[in-house]
Design a protein around this ligand. Structure first.
Ligand code: IFM
Length: 480
C-alpha cells in the first residue's frame, strides 16, 4: 500500500499513458426533442407529469436541447481536450414501442454523434440504458417482468448492429440499483412504484437483461468491441464499530452492491441477501439457467461514485434515521434491511447534501482490484452539484467543483499506484442538465447552461479539467 501522501495535492501526479479523460451524460437528461423523429414516451416522461414527483414539474421535453445542438456540444468537448465521451442511447428513440421496429431517424442521430466524436478524436462510449424505459414496456409490467429483460437484449442487438461499425465501447446498464430500488422500491424515480418484491424482481431482471445484452452485443459487434456495465457501488461505513452497525453494513452491501456484483461477476446471489429477504420472496423468479446467462465476461467494469454511506442498526422499537441521500419517501429502497439507519457522513457537502469524501472511491477501486484482479476498471461517473451562477462578466467560477474533482482524481491515482487497473475517468457531467426528481435545480455540469437561452459557457473547472486531460498530469486547481 502506498502511504497516503501528506499533501498529495501539492504534487503533480502523472496518469498512465492512454488513460481516458472523459465526461458523461444521459439521453433523457440532455437531449430534449421528446416527441421528435418518432420518439415515444418513456417512464420518465410519464413520471415528470405525475403531480408532486419532480421539482416544480420540470420535464426533459427540452432539457438542454442536445438533440439539436450535438455538433456544438462535440466542439465544446474537443475544446476541453476530452479523449472520450460517455452518452446513453434513448431506447424510446431508436425502438419506439420498446419491442417493435427500429427508428432509422433515431439511430441516425447516434450515428452522426459517433461520427462527429470520432472526427474530433473522441472515443464514443455508449450506454444502452440510463433509465428511460419505453412506457409501453412499463405498461406491460416493466422490469419486474422477465419479458423486459428479453426486450432489452433485442434492443441491444439492434443498437449494436446499427452502431457497431463506429462505437467500440459499450455499457449495458447505468446504475441498475437506482432503476430497481428507487424506481420500484422507494418510488422517488420513475415509474414510482413502492413495492419491495417488485424491486427485487426488477433487480433480477435487470441482471438478466444485462447478461442477455452482453451476449447479444457480442454476437453482432466486431471482435475488438468492449462491453461493460456501470454500477453505483456504495462505499459503506458503520456508524460505530459495534457488531450491530457492522451488520448494517453487511445488509446494505448485500442489497446495494452484491445484488449486482454477485450474479454479474461471481455467478449467483449472495446467500445472506436471500436470507435477509426470505420474508418477502423465495426468489423463484430466478430460473435455473439465469446465473449462467447473467455471468458474462466483461471487458471492464464501470464504477460510479459520489459519496460514502454511513449506516447503523436502529435499536428495536425506534425509527431508523433515513438520511440515505436518495430523496424523501415513506417507502424504503432497501428491501430486507428494515432497521438500518442512514447518517450524514462528515465533511463538506455538495448542493445535493452529499458529503465530499474521496476515500470511498479509493476503497471501492482497491477492493474491486483485490476481489477481481483481472477486470479493468473505469470511473464512469464522479462529480458534484454546486449552485453555479454567472458573474457580472458572464464567467462562471466554480472552484468547489475543481477542488472536488481534483481530490477524487488524487484518490484514483493512489488506487492505481496501489495496483488497481483503472483505465479512465468520466466526469459527471459535461453539461448542466435535468437532475431527475430535482429537475433543473441542481447543476452538475463542467459547462454552464442558461436554462432560458440554452447558451453554453464552460465554467472555470472546465478550463482546469481541459489542462489535465491534455497533459495527463494532475495539478492542484489554481484561482480562476
Ligand atoms: O445525474 C445522475 C446520473 O443520471 C446517474 N448518476 C448520478 C447522477 C447525479 O445524481
Amino acid at each position: 500500500m502506498t502511504p497516503p501522501d501528506p499533501d498529495p495535492a501539492a504534487t503533480a501526479l502523472r496518469f498512465p499513458p492512454g488513460f481516458h479523460w472523459g465526461a458523461a451524460t444521459s439521453a433523457y437528461q440532455i437531449e430534449g426533442a421528446a416527441t421528435e423523429d418518432g420518439r415515444t414516451r418513456s417512464i420518465w416522461d410519464t413520471f415528470c407529469r405525475t403531480p408532486g414527483k419532480v421539482h416544480r414539474g420540470d420535464t426533459g421535453d427540452v432539457a438542454v436541447d442536445h438533440y439539436r445542438r450535438s455538433r456544438e456540444d462535440v466542439r465544446l468537448m474537443a475544446e476541453l481536450g476530452l479523449t472520450a465521451y460517455r452518452f446513453s442511447i434513448a431506447w424510446p428513440r431508436v425502438r419506439p414501442t420498446g419491442s417493435g421496429p427500429a427508428s432509422q431517424r433515431g439511430l441516425d442521430f447516434y450515428r452522426r454523434l459517433a461520427d462527429d466524436l470520432l472526427a474530433a478524436g473522441i472515443t464514443p462510449v455508449a450506454t444502452l440504458y440510463h433509465w428511460d424505459l419505453p412506457q409501453e414496456l412499463e405498461d406491460a409490467g416493466g422490469w419486474p417482468e422477465r419479458r423486459t429483460a428479453e426486450h432489452f437484449a433485442a434492443y441491444a442487438a439492434l443498437a449494436g448492429e446499427a452502431l457497431g461499425d463506429r462505437v467500440t465501447e459499450w455499457t449495458t446498464l447505468n446504475e441498475p440499483w437506482c432503476s430497481a430500488f428507487l424506481g420500484y422500491g422507494s418510488g422517488v424515480h420513475a415509474p414510482g412504484r413502492t413495492d419491495p418484491v417488485a424491486a427485487l424482481r426488477a433487480a433480477h431482471h435487470l441482471n438478466l437483461g444485462h447478461g442477455l445484452a452482453v451476449s447479444a452485443l457480442r454476437s453482432v459487434l466486431p471482435a475488438d468491441a468492449r462491453v461493460s456495465v456501470s454500477l453505483n457501488l456504495h462505499a459503506l461505513r458503520p456508524l460505530t464499530p459495534s457488531a450491530a452497525d457492522r451488520d448494517a453494513v453487511r445488509r446494505i452491501d448485500a442489497v446495494g452492491n452484491r445484488v449486482f456484483l454477485g450474479p454479474m461477476l461471481d455467478g449467483g446471489y449472495p446467500e445472506d441477501l436471500l436470507a435477509d429477504t426470505a420474508h418477502l420472496t423465495d426468489w423463484s423468479f430466478v430460473r435455473p439457467g439465469d446465473p449462467a446467462a447473467i455471468r458474462r465476461r466483461l471487458d471492464w467494469l464501470g464504477v460510479n461514485y459520489y459519496t460514502p454511506t454511513v449506516v447503523s442498526t436502529a435499536p428495536e422499537g425506534t425509527d431508523p434515521v433515513r438520511a440515505d441521500g436518495h430523496g424523501a419517501s415513506s417507502a424504503s429502497p432497501w428491501p430486507g434491511a428494515d432497521r438500518v439507519g442512514f447518517h450524514q457522513a462528515p465533511g463538506g457537502r455538495t448542493a445535493m447534501g452529499w458529503a465530499v469524501d474521496p476515500s470511498g472511491l479509493y476503497e471501492l477501486l482497491t477492493a474491486l482490484a483485490r476481489s477481481h484482479p483481472e477486470l479493468p476498471l473505469v470511473v464512469t461517473e464522479n462529480g458534484a452539484a454546486y449552485p453555479d451562477a454567472p458573474g457580472p462578466d458572464g464567467a462562471v467560477d466554480d472552484p468547489d467543483r475543481a477542488a472536488f474533482v481534483h481530490a477524487h482524481l488524487v484518490a484514483v491515482h493512489r488506487a492505481i499506484a496501489d495496483g488497481a487497473d483503472v483505465r479512465g475517468y468520466f466526469l459527471w457531467s459535461l453539461l448542466d442538465n435535468f437532475e431527475w426528481a430535482y429537475g433543473y435545480a441542481k447543476r452538475f455540469g463542467l459547462v454552464h447552461v442558461d436554462l432560458r437561452t440554452l447558451a453554453r459557457t464552460p465554467k472555470s473547472s472546465a478550463r482546469w479539467y481541459a489542462a489535465v486531460a491534455r497533459t495527463g498530469v494532475l495539478h492542484r486547481p489554481g484561482p480562476a
